[in-house]
Design a protein around this ligand. Structure first.
Ligand code: A3P
Length: 325
Protein backbone atom coordinates (compact mmCIF):
# COMPACT_ATOMS: atom_id res chain seq x y z
CA UNK A 1 0.00 0.00 0.00
CA UNK A 2 1.44 3.29 -1.06
CA UNK A 3 0.52 6.70 0.33
CA UNK A 4 0.83 10.25 -0.98
CA UNK A 5 0.69 13.80 0.43
CA UNK A 6 -2.93 14.76 1.27
CA UNK A 7 -3.85 16.75 -1.86
CA UNK A 8 -2.36 14.21 -4.25
CA UNK A 9 -3.92 11.40 -2.28
CA UNK A 10 -7.32 13.10 -2.60
CA UNK A 11 -6.82 13.60 -6.33
CA UNK A 12 -5.93 9.94 -6.74
CA UNK A 13 -8.93 8.88 -4.68
CA UNK A 14 -11.36 10.92 -6.76
CA UNK A 15 -9.86 9.57 -9.95
CA UNK A 16 -10.74 6.10 -8.73
CA UNK A 17 -14.13 7.09 -7.22
CA UNK A 18 -15.40 10.04 -9.30
CA UNK A 19 -18.95 9.50 -8.02
CA UNK A 20 -17.75 10.57 -4.58
CA UNK A 21 -16.59 14.00 -5.71
CA UNK A 22 -19.79 15.56 -4.43
CA UNK A 23 -19.84 15.31 -0.65
CA UNK A 24 -22.78 13.78 1.15
CA UNK A 25 -22.65 14.90 4.77
CA UNK A 26 -23.78 12.46 7.41
CA UNK A 27 -24.16 12.91 11.14
CA UNK A 28 -20.72 12.04 12.55
CA UNK A 29 -22.30 10.61 15.69
CA UNK A 30 -24.34 8.04 13.77
CA UNK A 31 -21.22 6.03 12.93
CA UNK A 32 -18.78 5.00 15.64
CA UNK A 33 -15.76 5.31 13.34
CA UNK A 34 -16.72 8.89 12.51
CA UNK A 35 -17.60 9.74 16.08
CA UNK A 36 -14.20 8.55 17.28
CA UNK A 37 -12.40 11.07 15.09
CA UNK A 38 -14.93 13.91 15.57
CA UNK A 39 -13.41 16.67 17.70
CA UNK A 40 -14.28 16.49 21.39
CA UNK A 41 -15.07 20.19 21.24
CA UNK A 42 -17.86 19.57 18.76
CA UNK A 43 -21.33 18.24 19.26
CA UNK A 44 -23.78 16.48 16.97
CA UNK A 45 -26.84 18.02 18.62
CA UNK A 46 -26.90 21.36 16.89
CA UNK A 47 -29.11 20.02 14.15
CA UNK A 48 -32.80 20.49 13.41
CA UNK A 49 -35.43 17.95 14.43
CA UNK A 50 -37.68 19.09 11.60
CA UNK A 51 -37.57 21.03 8.36
CA UNK A 52 -40.12 23.27 6.70
CA UNK A 53 -39.26 22.58 3.07
CA UNK A 54 -41.62 24.94 1.25
CA UNK A 55 -42.46 25.41 -1.54
CA UNK A 56 -42.05 29.16 -1.93
CA UNK A 57 -45.14 31.39 -1.66
CA UNK A 58 -47.35 28.97 0.20
CA UNK A 59 -47.26 30.67 3.61
CA UNK A 60 -43.94 29.31 4.83
CA UNK A 61 -42.92 32.58 6.50
CA UNK A 62 -46.18 32.70 8.44
CA UNK A 63 -45.65 29.10 9.49
CA UNK A 64 -42.08 29.88 10.52
CA UNK A 65 -43.20 32.81 12.66
CA UNK A 66 -46.04 30.85 14.29
CA UNK A 67 -43.73 27.93 15.08
CA UNK A 68 -41.22 30.32 16.62
CA UNK A 69 -43.85 31.46 19.16
CA UNK A 70 -43.91 27.98 20.67
CA UNK A 71 -41.91 27.80 23.92
CA UNK A 72 -40.38 24.40 23.02
CA UNK A 73 -39.62 25.17 19.37
CA UNK A 74 -36.50 27.06 18.30
CA UNK A 75 -35.75 28.29 14.84
CA UNK A 76 -32.31 28.50 13.24
CA UNK A 77 -30.56 31.88 13.37
CA UNK A 78 -31.32 34.02 10.33
CA UNK A 79 -28.75 33.83 7.57
CA UNK A 80 -27.09 37.20 6.81
CA UNK A 81 -26.87 36.19 3.15
CA UNK A 82 -30.46 35.25 2.47
CA UNK A 83 -31.96 37.39 5.26
CA UNK A 84 -33.61 34.38 6.80
CA UNK A 85 -33.21 31.02 5.15
CA UNK A 86 -30.09 28.87 5.42
CA UNK A 87 -30.62 27.10 2.09
CA UNK A 88 -28.06 24.45 2.93
CA UNK A 89 -29.35 21.31 1.23
CA UNK A 90 -30.39 23.05 -1.96
CA UNK A 91 -27.32 24.79 -3.34
CA UNK A 92 -23.73 25.91 -3.05
CA UNK A 93 -23.92 26.39 0.74
CA UNK A 94 -23.82 22.62 1.03
CA UNK A 95 -20.11 22.75 0.17
CA UNK A 96 -19.52 24.79 3.35
CA UNK A 97 -19.97 21.59 5.35
CA UNK A 98 -21.79 20.61 8.50
CA UNK A 99 -19.92 22.88 10.90
CA UNK A 100 -21.17 25.80 8.87
CA UNK A 101 -24.70 24.42 9.04
CA UNK A 102 -24.59 23.69 12.77
CA UNK A 103 -23.47 27.25 13.49
CA UNK A 104 -26.99 28.35 12.56
CA UNK A 105 -28.39 26.48 15.54
CA UNK A 106 -28.08 27.24 19.24
CA UNK A 107 -26.71 24.63 21.60
CA UNK A 108 -29.88 22.87 22.71
CA UNK A 109 -30.58 23.55 26.37
CA UNK A 110 -32.38 20.25 26.81
CA UNK A 111 -31.94 17.85 23.95
CA UNK A 112 -35.07 15.83 24.59
CA UNK A 113 -37.51 18.72 24.72
CA UNK A 114 -36.00 21.28 22.34
CA UNK A 115 -37.39 21.18 18.85
CA UNK A 116 -35.03 23.01 16.56
CA UNK A 117 -36.02 23.60 12.98
CA UNK A 118 -35.17 25.52 9.89
CA UNK A 119 -37.26 26.67 6.97
CA UNK A 120 -35.83 26.92 3.49
CA UNK A 121 -38.64 27.07 0.99
CA UNK A 122 -36.62 26.05 -2.04
CA UNK A 123 -35.77 22.62 -0.59
CA UNK A 124 -39.16 21.32 -1.75
CA UNK A 125 -38.45 21.27 -5.46
CA UNK A 126 -34.65 20.95 -5.46
CA UNK A 127 -33.89 17.45 -6.62
CA UNK A 128 -30.74 16.88 -4.52
CA UNK A 129 -32.26 18.27 -1.30
CA UNK A 130 -34.11 15.14 -0.06
CA UNK A 131 -31.07 12.88 -0.45
CA UNK A 132 -28.80 15.37 1.28
CA UNK A 133 -31.28 16.12 4.05
CA UNK A 134 -31.88 12.43 4.73
CA UNK A 135 -28.13 11.71 4.86
CA UNK A 136 -27.62 14.25 7.65
CA UNK A 137 -31.05 14.18 9.28
CA UNK A 138 -32.46 10.69 8.73
CA UNK A 139 -34.90 10.99 11.64
CA UNK A 140 -36.10 14.52 10.89
CA UNK A 141 -39.73 15.31 10.30
CA UNK A 142 -40.63 17.16 7.15
CA UNK A 143 -43.35 19.78 6.75
CA UNK A 144 -44.53 20.84 3.30
CA UNK A 145 -47.15 23.57 2.85
CA UNK A 146 -49.38 23.26 -0.19
CA UNK A 147 -51.81 25.78 -1.64
CA UNK A 148 -53.55 25.67 -5.00
CA UNK A 149 -50.56 25.57 -7.39
CA UNK A 150 -52.23 28.14 -9.67
CA UNK A 151 -52.35 30.66 -6.79
CA UNK A 152 -48.77 29.80 -5.89
CA UNK A 153 -47.67 30.50 -9.46
CA UNK A 154 -49.47 33.86 -9.45
CA UNK A 155 -48.02 34.80 -6.06
CA UNK A 156 -44.52 34.07 -7.37
CA UNK A 157 -45.19 36.25 -10.43
CA UNK A 158 -46.30 39.09 -8.14
CA UNK A 159 -43.24 38.52 -5.96
CA UNK A 160 -41.00 38.90 -9.01
CA UNK A 161 -42.80 42.08 -10.09
CA UNK A 162 -42.26 43.51 -6.63
CA UNK A 163 -38.57 42.65 -7.02
CA UNK A 164 -38.45 44.53 -10.35
CA UNK A 165 -37.76 41.42 -12.45
CA UNK A 166 -37.99 42.81 -16.02
CA UNK A 167 -39.60 39.61 -17.35
CA UNK A 168 -42.39 39.97 -14.79
CA UNK A 169 -42.75 43.74 -15.28
CA UNK A 170 -42.88 43.51 -19.09
CA UNK A 171 -45.21 40.54 -19.43
CA UNK A 172 -48.69 39.82 -18.16
CA UNK A 173 -49.11 36.72 -16.03
CA UNK A 174 -50.99 35.14 -18.90
CA UNK A 175 -48.05 35.66 -21.27
CA UNK A 176 -45.72 34.19 -18.67
CA UNK A 177 -47.66 30.98 -18.09
CA UNK A 178 -48.35 30.50 -21.81
CA UNK A 179 -44.83 31.31 -23.03
CA UNK A 180 -43.59 28.68 -25.51
CA UNK A 181 -40.07 27.30 -25.97
CA UNK A 182 -39.22 30.03 -28.51
CA UNK A 183 -39.80 32.78 -25.89
CA UNK A 184 -36.83 34.79 -24.55
CA UNK A 185 -34.74 32.97 -21.96
CA UNK A 186 -35.65 35.26 -19.05
CA UNK A 187 -39.34 34.77 -19.74
CA UNK A 188 -38.89 31.02 -19.83
CA UNK A 189 -36.93 31.13 -16.58
CA UNK A 190 -39.74 33.07 -14.92
CA UNK A 191 -42.28 30.64 -16.31
CA UNK A 192 -40.33 27.71 -14.84
CA UNK A 193 -40.19 29.31 -11.39
CA UNK A 194 -43.92 30.01 -11.58
CA UNK A 195 -44.94 26.55 -12.76
CA UNK A 196 -42.43 23.90 -11.69
CA UNK A 197 -42.71 23.99 -7.91
CA UNK A 198 -46.48 23.43 -8.31
CA UNK A 199 -46.15 19.89 -9.65
CA UNK A 200 -46.44 18.82 -6.06
CA UNK A 201 -46.70 15.04 -6.35
CA UNK A 202 -43.49 14.75 -8.38
CA UNK A 203 -41.50 16.64 -5.77
CA UNK A 204 -43.09 14.83 -2.84
CA UNK A 205 -42.19 11.49 -4.45
CA UNK A 206 -38.53 12.58 -4.36
CA UNK A 207 -38.81 13.20 -0.63
CA UNK A 208 -40.51 9.86 -0.15
CA UNK A 209 -37.55 8.08 -1.72
CA UNK A 210 -35.54 9.16 1.31
CA UNK A 211 -38.05 9.61 4.13
CA UNK A 212 -40.77 7.34 5.49
CA UNK A 213 -44.38 8.46 4.91
CA UNK A 214 -44.85 8.95 8.65
CA UNK A 215 -42.03 11.53 8.67
CA UNK A 216 -43.89 13.74 6.21
CA UNK A 217 -46.72 16.11 7.09
CA UNK A 218 -48.66 18.01 4.47
CA UNK A 219 -49.92 21.37 5.71
CA UNK A 220 -53.01 22.75 4.00
CA UNK A 221 -51.74 26.27 3.22
CA UNK A 222 -55.24 27.62 2.59
CA UNK A 223 -56.30 26.48 6.05
CA UNK A 224 -53.08 27.85 7.54
CA UNK A 225 -54.17 31.20 6.16
CA UNK A 226 -57.81 31.04 7.27
CA UNK A 227 -57.52 29.08 10.53
CA UNK A 228 -53.91 28.93 11.69
CA UNK A 229 -54.74 27.84 15.24
CA UNK A 230 -56.31 24.64 13.95
CA UNK A 231 -53.39 23.91 11.64
CA UNK A 232 -50.82 24.60 14.37
CA UNK A 233 -52.56 22.13 16.64
CA UNK A 234 -52.25 19.41 13.99
CA UNK A 235 -48.59 20.25 13.46
CA UNK A 236 -47.84 20.03 17.18
CA UNK A 237 -49.45 16.60 17.36
CA UNK A 238 -47.48 15.44 14.35
CA UNK A 239 -44.22 16.69 15.85
CA UNK A 240 -45.02 15.27 19.26
CA UNK A 241 -44.12 18.56 20.91
CA UNK A 242 -45.41 19.23 24.41
CA UNK A 243 -47.05 21.07 25.99
CA UNK A 244 -49.58 21.82 23.26
CA UNK A 245 -49.36 25.58 22.83
CA UNK A 246 -52.65 27.43 22.49
CA UNK A 247 -52.48 29.42 19.28
CA UNK A 248 -56.04 30.67 19.66
CA UNK A 249 -54.69 32.99 22.35
CA UNK A 250 -51.37 33.74 20.67
CA UNK A 251 -52.79 34.85 17.33
CA UNK A 252 -55.36 37.41 16.26
CA UNK A 253 -56.91 38.38 12.95
CA UNK A 254 -55.91 41.82 11.73
CA UNK A 255 -58.56 43.47 9.57
CA UNK A 256 -56.29 45.94 7.84
CA UNK A 257 -53.68 43.30 7.01
CA UNK A 258 -56.36 40.76 6.13
CA UNK A 259 -54.32 37.98 7.75
CA UNK A 260 -53.70 36.32 11.09
CA UNK A 261 -50.91 37.91 13.10
CA UNK A 262 -49.21 37.53 16.46
CA UNK A 263 -51.11 39.03 19.40
CA UNK A 264 -48.72 41.24 21.38
CA UNK A 265 -49.03 43.41 24.49
CA UNK A 266 -52.01 45.69 24.68
CA UNK A 267 -54.01 43.40 22.40
CA UNK A 268 -52.23 44.74 19.33
CA UNK A 269 -51.36 42.70 16.27
CA UNK A 270 -47.80 42.13 15.06
CA UNK A 271 -48.07 41.06 11.46
CA UNK A 272 -45.58 39.90 8.84
CA UNK A 273 -44.07 42.65 6.67
CA UNK A 274 -45.42 44.15 3.46
CA UNK A 275 -43.82 41.48 1.28
CA UNK A 276 -46.03 38.81 2.85
CA UNK A 277 -49.69 39.14 2.02
CA UNK A 278 -49.25 41.57 -0.85
CA UNK A 279 -52.14 43.45 -2.39
CA UNK A 280 -52.56 42.77 -6.11
CA UNK A 281 -55.44 42.30 -8.56
CA UNK A 282 -57.10 38.91 -8.81
CA UNK A 283 -55.84 36.43 -11.37
CA UNK A 284 -57.71 36.72 -14.67
CA UNK A 285 -60.30 33.98 -15.36
CA UNK A 286 -58.36 33.02 -18.54
CA UNK A 287 -55.16 32.38 -16.63
CA UNK A 288 -57.05 30.51 -13.93
CA UNK A 289 -58.70 28.27 -16.51
CA UNK A 290 -55.39 27.69 -18.30
CA UNK A 291 -53.62 26.75 -15.07
CA UNK A 292 -56.47 24.56 -13.84
CA UNK A 293 -56.02 22.53 -17.02
CA UNK A 294 -52.22 22.67 -16.77
CA UNK A 295 -52.22 21.29 -13.23
CA UNK A 296 -55.18 18.90 -13.55
CA UNK A 297 -53.15 15.71 -13.97
CA UNK A 298 -50.60 16.83 -11.38
CA UNK A 299 -53.38 17.48 -8.90
CA UNK A 300 -54.84 14.04 -9.65
CA UNK A 301 -51.40 12.59 -8.90
CA UNK A 302 -51.37 14.48 -5.62
CA UNK A 303 -54.81 13.10 -4.76
CA UNK A 304 -53.60 9.54 -5.39
CA UNK A 305 -50.43 10.17 -3.39
CA UNK A 306 -52.26 11.60 -0.38
CA UNK A 307 -54.77 8.75 -0.46
CA UNK A 308 -51.90 6.27 -0.54
CA UNK A 309 -50.27 8.00 2.44
CA UNK A 310 -53.56 8.23 4.31
CA UNK A 311 -53.16 12.01 4.65
CA UNK A 312 -56.24 14.23 4.54
CA UNK A 313 -56.92 16.11 1.31
CA UNK A 314 -56.50 19.89 1.47
CA UNK A 315 -59.80 21.66 0.87
CA UNK A 316 -58.42 23.53 -2.17
CA UNK A 317 -57.49 20.22 -3.81
CA UNK A 318 -61.03 18.85 -3.45
CA UNK A 319 -62.48 22.06 -4.87
CA UNK A 320 -60.01 22.21 -7.72
CA UNK A 321 -60.64 18.61 -8.75
CA UNK A 322 -64.40 19.03 -8.52
CA UNK A 323 -64.38 22.15 -10.67
CA UNK A 324 -62.11 20.65 -13.35
CA UNK A 325 -63.61 17.14 -13.52
P1 A3P B 1 -48.98 36.75 -1.12
O1 A3P B 1 -48.06 37.83 -0.65
O2 A3P B 1 -48.87 36.47 -2.58
O3 A3P B 1 -50.42 36.94 -0.66
P2 A3P B 1 -44.10 32.56 1.70
O4 A3P B 1 -43.88 33.05 3.07
O5 A3P B 1 -43.99 31.06 1.60
O6 A3P B 1 -43.29 33.31 0.69
O7 A3P B 1 -45.61 32.81 1.35
C1 A3P B 1 -46.15 34.12 1.24
C2 A3P B 1 -47.65 33.99 1.26
O8 A3P B 1 -48.08 33.59 2.56
C3 A3P B 1 -48.38 35.26 1.00
O9 A3P B 1 -48.53 35.37 -0.40
C4 A3P B 1 -49.71 35.07 1.76
O10 A3P B 1 -50.81 34.82 0.91
C5 A3P B 1 -49.46 33.81 2.60
N1 A3P B 1 -49.86 33.91 4.01
C6 A3P B 1 -50.50 32.93 4.70
N2 A3P B 1 -50.71 33.29 5.95
C7 A3P B 1 -50.19 34.53 6.09
C8 A3P B 1 -50.12 35.44 7.20
N3 A3P B 1 -50.63 35.11 8.40
N4 A3P B 1 -49.55 36.64 6.98
C9 A3P B 1 -49.05 36.97 5.77
N5 A3P B 1 -49.07 36.14 4.69
C10 A3P B 1 -49.63 34.93 4.85
Amino acid sequence: LQTLPPVQLAEKYFQIFPEERDPLWQNPCHDKRHKDIWSKEKTCDRLPRFLVIGPQKTGTTALHSFLSLHPAITSSFPSPMTFEEIQFFSGANYDNGIDWYMDFFPFPSNVSTDFMFEKSANYFDTEVAPKRAAALLPRAKILAVLINPSDRAYSWYQHQRAHQDPAALNNTFHLVVKADPSAPKDLQALQRRCLNPGTYATHLEHWLLHYQPNQLHIVDGALLRSNPALVMEGIQRFLGVTPIFNYTQALMYDDSKGFWCQRVEGGRAKCLGKSKGRKYPEMSPESRAFLAEYYREHNMELLRLLNRLGQPLPSWLRQELQSTS
